[in-house]
Design a protein around this ligand. Structure first.
Ligand code: 6PG
Length: 239
């Protein structure tokens, strides 16, 4: 568990972008699962604005760790957010974008996307082996779209499951722990004061950490990196 703590969200985005540029440069073909939510927007803006010359996207394949079951034109779509903040601003082959089709029936799409992962991504332990899975963490300790009330989905035998948002009931498609933990590298992008308690509990294995899906993330290869700002890290760093 390695930590990279920056003062501001912008610096987190810069730190992560630098890390990503090196990771991509060191691989022939790269398979990356993106996270949704608001934190990645800052990273995508940084990549689109300041890393145009540093990253060759031609051999990068992009997937999503989770997606809301809404059309790709819906403002809640993680894909739509990624198009607006990144994909519309970089030169990446259309065929390298493997979006979760939120407009499909959830059960059908979970199955279809599992097959896509199997078709495109090399395997390790007979499981699709992402080079990088990028995750966020909710205030409740969820990650991808596995929430505490459905933490059992983490241990599903499937590669993708249908999840339900605890408040809105919104259906989501999510990768499961089986494929997330099989990744070569897993990075968390976590910023803001509202995350500090869960960051403390999970990283220090305190309190109810076992109830939080984010605490179940542990790459088989051992590389889990947390990119944090000082607000999110304020309970684990000395004053
Ligand atoms: C989503 C995300 C979700 C997100 C966390 C943190 O679809 O919402 O994949 O898991 O990473 O909710 O979101 P923020 O980074 O916006 O706090």
């Amino acid at each position: 568990m390695k930590l990279k703590i920056a003062t501001t969200k912008q610096e987190v985005a810069l730190n992560f972008s630098r890390y990503l540029a090196i990771l991509i440069a060191n691989r022939e073909v790269v398979h990356i699962a993106l996270s949704g939510g608001s934190t990645p927007k800052i990273v995508f803006d940084e990549l689109a604005t300041n890393f145009q010359e540093d990253i060759d996207w031609s051999n990068v394949h992009l997937y999503w760790g989770d997606e809301r079951c809404v059309p790709p034109t819906d403002n809640q779509s993680n894909y739509k957010m990624t198009v607006e903040h990144l994909l519309s601003k970089i030169d990446i082959p259309e065929e390298n974008i493997h979006r979760i089709k939120g407009e499909n029936s959830p059960e059908y799409e979970a199955e279809r996307y599992s097959e896509i992962l199997g078709e495109w991504i090399p395997k390790k332990n007979s499981i699709p082996h992402f080079d990088l899975v990028i995750l966020g963490m909710g205030d409740d300790g969820h990650t991808a779209s596995i929430f505490p009330h459905e933490i059992n989905l983490w241990d599903s035998e499937k590669l993708c499951e249908v999840a339900n948002h605890p408040e809105t009931g919104q259906k989501r498609i999510t990768l499961t722990g089986k494929v997330i933990n099989n990744a070569s590298v897993i990075t968390f992008l976590v910023t803001g004061e509202s995350k500090k308690e869960k960051v403390f509990e999970i990283l220090k294995k305190e309190g109810n950490f076992k109830k939080y899906p984010a605490s179940l993330v542990q790459s088989e290869s051992g590389k889990v990196l947390w990119f944090l700002d000082s607000a999110a890290a304020s309970m684990i760093t000395p004053n």
